[in-house]
Ligand binder design. Structure first.
Ligand code: ATP
Length: 503
């Protein structure tokens, strides 16, 4: 079982302190969310699981943490200033502001394949091609507003998604010399540090550089809770390989990433691969495969139930070349006259110099948290016929690992023993003490937030130095000696099973 829809998670998340609407006391801020006491723990656990799997468990990986605000030239040569945009459309009937690539097909459009018969457009530069393609589809009545169904839509225009800011104490807010952007992806911070990492860590190709950090996109249509927001966090890795090796390594990473989500406890039937068709590929990509999660199980049409959780792209040698000072165009002019570095690689073994190809698995922290919460959601009816929510999170992701509960809160010896047990667990796991209700209520509360173990201290514990450990998923209880408790729990809290290292 998984959550029937995102709304179920929105209400659970707010009620139990995972995620709150941001700036709520001032009327909120569209599509911005704050992570509460349990939300910050689950985000940290997802990031730790990724970092351990991606960096610590491998021999061919380094991590970095680059700046959010970079020299503007990074975004000029990466292509973001020119092409990082969405086709923006307005509905003339209901005034909705929409993304052309997210419009619904009309009956007419369903009958004809989008872009069929417009092959001549394929030769245009990416932004222009997309705009012209969407414009034609709108003009020919193939697309309609998802809000009101009207086909009376404006021509699409290009809207750059990068947030702008200014650096320093500038007199004029439009001063182009002070213009800077908040990064829309963490990847470029890795490319510009390629040579630094290569030399300081004495690396040889193939190897990868991983980074986790905030990214910002002025999305045209944010929404669906934490699925699409303007501020979000990414986990990205750039893996540098010899040209010619790229296709094999790309496929290995695709499989390897899929398995990672399985080790987080996500049900394979809620995951799928999505091969991006040629028209959808970013201008730098040779092939991109996305991993989709069933974020919208309530939708009737199967195809509309899925959306992207992670993208795994073969970015070719586009980025390292684009940031290098040497490459020249057909007329012998330097493509990048501003760079001071050449990011090509000299292979000692073969005595060849080349620009490495890059394989990039890129996932969102927030989307992963949403997928994990949806997938863990389950309901069960207890003996009294009451419906209980159980969040069957993988133990390594659960915000709280153990809740220590006294069976009688008016017995100082029991309370004292329970608090001492909680304190003894705290150095190795997130443990809490709770005596604010009857035991049934306390269990239900912990089940709902995904705590794998409830530890109950009762009268007998005072005599036999043992406690009851209750399992969240089976509701089974076993008696464990206090002296063995920590080891017992740690063994069952093991990080996600290490998946086969395919690469
Ligand atoms: P989409 O098609 O959904 O806009 P994208 O293809 O532009 O996503 P990438 O640039 O490949 O996304 O980013 C990698 C990952 O970062 C995505 O798979 C997603 O998990 C996450 N991500 C991207 N944009 C957002 C956003 N606005 N809010 C939350 N997560 C995001």
């Amino acid at each position: 079982m998984s959550a029937p829809n995102i709304e179920t998670i929105v209400s659970l998340a707010k009620r139990r302190g995972f995620v709150f609407p941001s700036s709520e006391i001032y009327g909120g801020l569209g599509s911005a969310w704050d992570y509460g006491p349990l939300g910050v723990e689950i985000c940290n656990n997802v990031k730790q699981a990724w970092w351990r799997w991606m960096v610590h468990e491998r021999d061919d990986m380094e991590g970095i943490d680059s700046s959010i605000i970079l020299n503007r030239l990074v975004w000029k040569y990466s292509g973001h200033e020119d092409t990082f945009s969405d086709p923006l459309v307005d509905c003339r009937e209901c005034n909705a502001r929409l993304r052309a690539d997210k419009l619904n097909l009309t009956e007419k459009g369903k009958e004809e394949l989008i872009v069929a018969g417009h092959h001549e457009l394929a030769d245009l530069p990416e932004t222009e091609r997309t705009l012209k393609t969407w414009a034609l589809n709108i003009k020919d009545g193939r697309l309609k507003c998802p809000n009101c169904g009207s086909t009376n839509l404006t021509e699409p225009r290009s809207f750059n998604l990068m947030f702008r800011t200014t650096i320093g104490a500038v007199a004029d807010e439009d001063d182009p010399t002070a213009l800077a952007y908040l990064r829309p992806e963490t990847a470029q911070g890795i490319f510009i540090n390629f040579a630094n990492v290569l030399t300081t860590m004495r690396r040889k190709i193939p190897f990868g550089i991983a980074q986790i950090g905030k990214s910002f996109r002025n999305e045209v249509t944010p929404g669906n809770f934490i699925f699409r927001t303007r501020e979000f966090e990414q986990m990205e890795m750039e893996y540098f390989v010899r040209p010619g090796e790229d296709e094999r390594v790309h496929q290995e990473w695709i499989d390897y990433c899929f398995n990672w989500f399985i080790t987080l406890g996500i049900n394979a039937s809620n995951l799928r691969f999505y091969e991006q068709p040629k028209e959808e590929l970013a201008h730098y990509a040779k092939r991109t495969v996305d991993i989709h999660y069933r974020f919208f199980p309530e939708r009737e049409e199967d195809e509309r139930q899925w959306d992207e959780l992670m993208g795994i792209a073969n970015r070719t040698d586009f980025d390292l070349k684009a940031h290098s000072k040497k490459p020249e165009d057909a007329e012998g002019k330097r493509i990048n006259p501003d760079s001071t570095e050449d990011l090509s690689y000299f292979d000692e073994a073969t005595k060849e110099r080349y620009y490495p190809y890059v394989i990039e698995p890129a996932a969102g922290v927030n989307r992963t948290v949403l997928a994990v919460l949806m997938d863990a959601y389950s309901e069960r009816t207890n003996d009294k016929g009451e419906k209980r929510v159980i969040l069957k999170l993988h133990p390594s992701l659960a915000p709280i690992k153990a809740a220590v509960l006294p069976l009688a809160k008016n017995k100082p010896e029991i309370v004292g023993m329970a608090k001492a047990i909680k304190r003894s667990l705290q150095p190795t796991m997130r443990a809490v003490y709770d005596d604010t209700g009857g035991i049934g209520k306390l269990y239900a509360r912990q089940d709902e937030i995904g705590t794998p173990f409830c530890i109950t201290v009762d009268h007998q514990s005072l005599e036999d130095e043992a406690v009851t450990v209750r399992d969240r998923d089976t509701w089974e209880q076993e008696r464990v000696k206090v002296a063995d408790l920590q080891q017992h729990l740690l063994a069952r809290l093991q990080p996600a099973v290490r998946s086969e290292q395919g690469v």
